[in-house]
Each structure stands twice: as structure tokens, then as C-alpha cells.
Ligand binder design. Structure first.
Ligand code: FE2
Length: 432
């Protein structure tokens, strides 16, 4: 077999150190220590972490990079964000959505993100954002997998015409069914929307990913209906509950009954720590609730849990940089997951776990997997979470699609080295 590339002396996310990764035909041909093989090109990873790419399981690409249009969110709440998006929608054009989304995908690739599940608002008779993001999906496909969720932002039952636009969006090629039951007018209508949307997904053989219970109201229990409908319709393994923030405020006894139901139904969960630490608890005085869902408890129950970025510079969140390590860093703090094993689980929550949720094929570091790889200026996942360092090399199907120089601080200190590699991976440069 003729090899195109060998990455030598790489540390892998599972703790294996100094391994070589051989690449042929855009796929991983072999992984081992001191591989006896030759390739057209060799790269010395020098003990740096080489990981499968980051995956963002929850994003809104139709709204990204629109910060300040038409105005800023003054209250910082979810509801003002939704109202603001409603003000912006009539002024959107397909060109501007495409242009902003492509710019965001450039940023994502530079951060080693190679797959994104983006919700796209279908509460628009023109389906402008759907058309725009389907075009973006086609254009970025060589370097990024974009999976689209038909998202009735203004409520599936609350917004007249949503059933019709949802069907059209799915006919056009949007591949996941979304929902927002806590935004419907009543609890009963929220539950009804979950049932109807799951039936649409079952009839079409699609996955489901709902914004579910993104509220501080402990009685918002649509996740229960989502899990029950998943079982009733045989959708196990194809359904995701996003946000689930009401679980933070729920009664512990009720949660002890709910967790096994979620696990049994094979519903996965996506927490969005950056956005929810900012949006939740806004009606509290002190103490202020954190509002993120119960991440370690869901993981302990056997539920697949991912962290999503959700928003970057849009009506809901004015920060963000497409860096899933930034997302996981916030998540592990908010969830009190600061132990070493827990931090490793948080790294998995932005790599392998969301890859499972999206159903990505041939993802990983096994022979036969796509040679989609990211080399970081860090030695292991925990150091990566700590430093959020440059992605030195991003490979898609074995070809370089982004690269960055290592971050080296130049020092001018008496009796101290002249430079400092923040990851301490490479030997310190000699004083010149
Ligand atoms: Fe969202």
C-alpha cells in the first residue's frame, strides 16, 4: 500500500503516547508505535495531541455573526433574543446568510471543527434561511459536514403555517426534525408538538433534535414526553434533547425517575454551557441558578451527552469563537466536572459523543476511519482544555485544510529563558 502521510510520535486522546498514524487514500491506514512504513510525507507531532476533529452538535448558522442587527439584546434573555431575531428576519437576504455562514465555517475549520449540526428557522414562508444553508451545506461539504435541523423557532403550533413549512423544508433536504415545546402557548400544546413532530420524523425515517425545556421552570417536563414518544414510535438512538435546562431546577425525586426513562429511550442530550450560563437564572435575584442541565448525572445514567456552541455573535450571545474547547471549558466548570476523569469526559463531549449524535460515519482513529485529524499545541486532552491552544494542523481526508504556528511567548527577563512554549511540548529555545 502506498502511504501519503505518516504523523509520527503523536499522543492520542485515549492516553496512548508516541503513536504513529499512517494515512492512505484519505483514510487512516494504521495506528501503532514505531510503524515500519514510509510515506510521501512525514510530520513529527513531537508528543502533541492528535485528535479526531471537534464536532458541534448544536448551532444556529442562520443567525451567526449577525450581532447588532438590527440592535443588541439589552436584557440578555432568551425571549428578547427570539424577539430580536423576529425583527431581523424580514431584512435577511439569502446572500448575507450564505456569506456569514461561510465565514463562520472558515473559522470553525481553523479551530478543528469538522462537523456541525445547525438548526435552521423554518418559521418563514419564503424559507430563505433553509435555501441559504442548503447552499452552504453543498459548498462546505469538501471540508465540513453540515447537518441541518428544521427548527420551528416561533413554535410548531404557535406559528401558523409551521406544519406546511416544516414539510417543505424536509422535502428540500433538511434531514433532522426540530421543535421548541416550551415556547408553545401551553404545556399541553408543548406536549402535543413533541408528539406530532416525532410522528413526522418516524414517518420520514429521520432523526429528531428538539430545543427542549430551555427554561428555569422546574415543571417544564417536555423531555419526559420526548423520551416516551421516542419509545412509542421506535425512534431509539435517533432522538436528541437539546438544552434541557429545566432539569437543573427540577425536584431530585422526579429526576431520579426521569433519568432512567431518558437512558432507556436512547435519547441523547446536548448541553450548551456558554449560552445557558448567560441566559438562565435571569429571573433570579440571589442565589442565581446556573441553569445548565445535569451533565454528569446524565452521563452516569448512560446517556450520550455532548456540549454544543449554540450561538456565536448573534441575538442571543455576543461572544464565541467556534472553539469547542472554549465550550467544554465552560461546561466542565459549570458542571463541577473538574476531576481528571470528568475532564476527559468533557473532551469526549466535543468529539466522540457529538459524532455519535450526528451519526457520523467513519469518525475516529481506527484504521479505515476518515483521515480527519487535528493536531493541537498540547500533550493531552486535559492540557488542551486548560490552554485552548492553537490547532497546529487540521487534516480533512488526509489533506491539510488549516494550519497555525505554535504560540510562543518571547520573554525578556533576567536569568530566564528567551521564549516559552505554553504547552511545554517542545524544548525551550536557546537564548540567542
Ligand atoms: Fe439553540
Amino acid at each position: 500500500m502506498s502511504l501519503e502521510l505518516i504523523l509520527r510520535n503523536a499522543n492520542l486522546p485515549d492516553g496512548r503516547r508516541g503513536f504513529d498514524i499512517a494515512i492512505a487514500g484519505g483514510r487512516i491506514a494504521a495506528v501503532g508505535s514505531n510503524l515500519d512504513a514510509q510515506a510521501g510525507e512525514e510530520i513529527d507531532a513531537s508528543g502533541r495531541l492528535v485528535s479526531p476533529p471537534f464536532v458541534d452538535a448544536h448551532f444556529h448558522m442562520d443567525a451567526t455573526l449577525s450581532l447588532g442587527l438590527p440592535r443588541l439584546n439589552r436584557s440578555g434573555t432568551l425571549l428578547e433574543g427570539i424577539a430580536l431575531w423576529g425583527e431581523l428576519k424580514p431584512h435577511l437576504t439569502q446572500e448575507t446568510i450564505v456569506e456569514r455562514a461561510l465565514r463562520y465555517c472558515d473559522l470553525a475549520i481553523s479551530q478543528g471543527v469538522m462537523a456541525i449540526r445547525s438548526h435552521v428557522d423554518i418559521c418563514d414562508e419564503r424559507l430563505l434561511a433553509v435555501e441559504a444553508l442548503l447552499e452552504v451545506k453543498r459548498r462546505v461539504q469538501p471540508y465540513l459536514d453540515l447537518q441541518l435541523v428544521a427548527f420551528p423557532q416561533d413554535g410548531y403550533l404557535r406559528w401558523p403555517g409551521a406544519a406546511e413549512t416544516l414539510a417543505r423544508a424536509l422535502d428540500m433536504g433538511v434531514e433532522v426534525v426540530g421543535g421548541i415545546p416550551h415556547f408553545e402557548r401551553t404545556m399541553a400544546e408543548g406536549a402535543k408538538s413533541v408528539k406530532l413532530l416525532c410522528e413526522v420524523a418516524a414517518a420520514r425515517g429521520l432523526r429528531v433534535d428538539m430545543h427542549c425545556d430551555e427554561t428555569d421552570d422546574p415543571l417544564s417536563r417536555h423531555i419526559e414526553t420526548l423520551a416516551a414518544e421516542t419509545k412509542r414510535l421506535g425512534l431509539e438512538g435517533r432522538v436528541t434533547g437539546s438544552h434541557l435546562t429545566s432539569m437543573h431546577s427540577m425536584d431530585n425525586y422526579y429526576v431520579s425517575k426521569l433519568l432512567p426513562l431518558i437512558a432507556e429511550s436512547g435519547v441523547s442530550a446536548v448541553a450548551n454551557p456558554l449560552i445557558n450560563i448567560g441566559i438562565q437564572g435571569r429571573h433570579d435575584s440571589y442565589p442565581k441558578r446556573r441553569g445548565m442541565t445535569r451533565v454528569p448525572e446524565l452521563m452516569d445514567a448512560g446517556v450520550t451527552v455532548a456540549f454544543g456552541h449554540d450561538c456565536v455573535m448573534d441575538p442571543w450571545y455576543s461572544l464565541g469563537s467556534a472553539d469547542m474547547l472554549d465550550v467544554a471549558h465552560m461546561g466542565l466548570h459549570v458542571a463541577h466536572m473538574t476531576g481528571r476523569a470528568d475532564m476527559t469526559r468533557c473532551f469526549e463531549a466535543v468529539t466522540t459523543a457529538p459524532a455519535r449524535i450526528l451519526g457520523l460515519e467513519n469518525y475516529g482513529l481506527e484504521p479505515g476511519c476518515h483521515a480527519d485529524l487535528v493536531m493541537l499545541q498540547a500533550r493531552d486532552p486535559i492540557e488542551a482544555l486548560r490552554l485552548k491552544p492553537p490547532r497546529l494542523l487540521v487534516l480533512r481526508r488526509g489533506k491539510m485544510v488549516a494550519r497555525r504556528d505554535p504560540l510562543i511567548a518571547r520573554l525578556d527577563l533576567p536569568g530566564r529563558p528567551a521564549s516559552l512554549d505554553l504547552s511545554e511540548t517542545a524544548p525551550l529555545e536557546k537564548e540567542s
